[in-house]
Design a protein around this ligand. Sequence first.
Ligand SMILES: [Zn+2]
Length: 228
Amino acid sequence: MSIDRVILFIGPPGSGKGTLSQECVQKLGWTQVSTGDLCRKHIAKQTEIGKSIDFAIKSGKLVSDGLISQMVFDWFKKGQQQSDVVILDGYPRTVNQARDFNALADQLGDAAQVVVAKFVIDDDVVVDRLVNRYICKNKSCQRVYSLKPTSSFVPANDMMCDACGSELIKRKDDTADAIKERLKVYHLHENDLLSHYEDAGYEIREFKSDLPIDQLFTEFKERLGVSL
Ligand SMILES: [Zn+2]
């Protein structure tokens, strides 16, 4: 399938990029690529990319920009998109990755439009969200829940996925300390990344992502001119 639009979701972990992506997948039929999910899949399948990522993580290093880009390119090369709109959730995260992506975007053809969406949220809200976050264990589902009683994502049945009935699990890196570290790394690159796109003439569409998901989804569709 040819690609009309690639939407880059730029925002800190826990800013609701994943949840908004899920809405777009379920209600608009778009395709979402999350680099976090791709990393986990490659590691689980022990692919060459997965082994390299695993090695970097186990040696306490950051996974290199080149490796992350290679993984995203591999995904596009295999043609796994099932729609003409693709959301890149969490990529590019650095200017180097953005430069890699420019090369990829050229290969996607002239028709493919790249849209930059930025999600803004307070770090405190992120930490609070992520320490309460649980994920469906089923690899083909991976729906996200919150055990915070005021959240609209509390599972109907205790620790069980509403969609597929699988057990809900917590990611190892969803602890307060690990989240603060991820936020630090994110903020380190955020301004440079956004300047890169501004300098290249892109309009940055900014969304306040502490809105309830239905409001965020409505605003998102309006601002992107999606008429469904
Ligand atoms: Zn599930």
